[in-house]
Design a protein around this ligand. Structure first.
Ligand SMILES: NC(=O)c1ccc[n+]([C@@H]2O[C@H](COP(=O)([O-])OP(=O)(O)OC[C@H]3O[C@@H](n4cnc5c(N)ncnc54)[C@H](O)[C@@H]3O)[C@@H](O)[C@H]2O)c1
Length: 249
């Protein structure tokens, strides 16, 4: 029960790794504020947890993020932990990318994280406690194909994590995770072959890592909760790679 009496805000909490982390945090005694641009999905996740609320929030929207932080404080008395998981991917050769598409990509991944820090970090500093985890990706570490805007956004998250760890120090810790290939709604369209056999597509995609399998979102939620917890009390400003050995090959 590492999170007894603690409160987590999770963005992108309506699905995948955000939802899995919301469940893990709650199972260990914590309260959760589930945010997602798809409000119905956020509500569905919160409805399964004993101490949770849900809000439809677009993380690139300053007013919506400020309101979410205010609501979390009113509802639960303070914010102890944040998991910035909201994200999406658009895979396209660079000449096919419209400028608006990369602006939106950066607005969600980079802007969304910065916005959450803008409103939550001062509150955490004041309480002299807090742990924040951002989501990067192996895309920030390895060259893929047709993925430069997403990789740029995820690379920015690694450097922002270092900078923001310094802004949060000494009391607020800030880290990132860089997941490899994880089984979520995010990867289904990426790897499903034309015959529609997603499992077969996942098997092929998984050949790029040492374990030859894609991970379940809970296998990222557990390292995220480690970083959010006091067990990681001397870890800040770093990125934990969770990729079955993919980036070590
Ligand atoms: N699945 C993978 O293999 C993988 C690997 C590396 C990194 N990631 C990253 O992990 C994070 C979580 O991905 P996932 O696999 O759980 O995907 P997912 O699609 O299951 O969940 C992502 C959630 O984020 C929400 N979201 C997207 N943009 C948003 C915005 N602007 N405002 C609010 N909500 C928004 C979506 O509605 C969705 O519910 C993302 O940042 C993704 O880029 C995923």
């Amino acid at each position: 029960m590492r999170f007894n009496g603690k409160t987590l805000i999770v963005t992108g909490g309506g699905s995948g790794m955000g939802a899995a982390t919301a469940r893990q945090f709650s199972d260990e005694g914590g309260s959760v504020v589930v945010l997602d641009r798809h409000e119905a999905n956020a509500k569905a996740v919160a409805a399964t947890l004993p101490r949770a609320i849900a809000l439809g929030v677009e993380v690139a929207d300053e007013a919506q993020v400020r309101n979410a932080v205010d609501t979390a404080v009113k509802e639960f008395g303070g914010i102890d932990c944040i998991f910035n998981a909201a994200g999406y991917i658009v895979v396209n050769p660079i000449e096919k990318y419209a400028p608006q598409e990369w602006t939106d990509m950066l607005a969600t991944h980079v802007g969304g994280v910065l916005m959450m820090f803008k409103f939550a970090l001062p509150l955490m500093r004041e309480r002299k406690t807090g742990s924040i985890v951002n989501v990067s990706s192996t895309a920030a570490l390895m060259a893929g194909m047709n993925n430069a805007p997403y990789a740029a956004a995820k690379g920015a998250i690694i450097s922002m994590t270092r900078q923001l760890a310094r802004e949060g120090a000494p009391h607020v810790r800030v880290n990132a995770v860089a997941p490899g290939k994880i089984r979520t709604p995010f990867t289904v369209p990426l790897f499903t072959p034309p015959n529609g056999d997603t499992e077969e597509g996942f098997r092929i995609a998984a050949q790029t890592n040492m374990q030859k399998r894609m991970a379940y979102p809970e296998e990222v939620a557990r390292p995220v909760c480690f970083l959010l917890s006091e067990e990681a009390s001397f870890i800040t400003g770093t990125t934990l790679v969770v990729d079955g050995g993919q980036s070590a090959l």
